[in-house]
Write a protein of this length. Sequence first.
Length: 194
Amino acid sequence: MENRNNVYIMFGILMYAFIQVACAESEKNYDVKVTKFMCIDTPYQRSVLHYCKTIVRRNRPTLLNLSLTVPESFDYVMLKVSAEYKFTTFRPLLFDLEIEGCEFLSSKARDPASAIAYSVVFEKYKNIAKPCPHGNRTYNIEYWVDPETLPKSVPAGDYRVTTTFSFKDNVTLFKLQTYGSTRRKGIFRSMIEW
């Protein structure tokens, strides 16, 4: 009788291991949830923010609904992206990206960090992701983070990503903070991978 129970236990362990391996190969090993988008440092001196709303949707990604008017034309914009990880407070993570936006959008060669930034932010929006000049118009944007554009592996935890667009004279055009969290999938992996 005890021998039969051992066989059932071993069979259960093997089935569990098989399911874990099959799931790990078919999809990412983490879940991403954006909790909030927040436009900060408003009002801006040389652009008009009409609205900046976070729309939380059930069983769908959180949506940023944004309307921004830039009354002047520009051919230079500094793009700064900084990621922070939350321990007890938010602290800088491994990368800070600072790049000239017009050059970034017109260039095809990108380092890994800027390739991730391009795929997460600009790939969906071909009318914005074009060479300069920009501005002299109203930008109406509905944006959400697509998990398929993120890297294959992201450490579990809470994050804050601050994205700043600024003019050549360092005046802020637009500044956005995105709050989110990643969680490991599966109980076994989350218990052994700290």
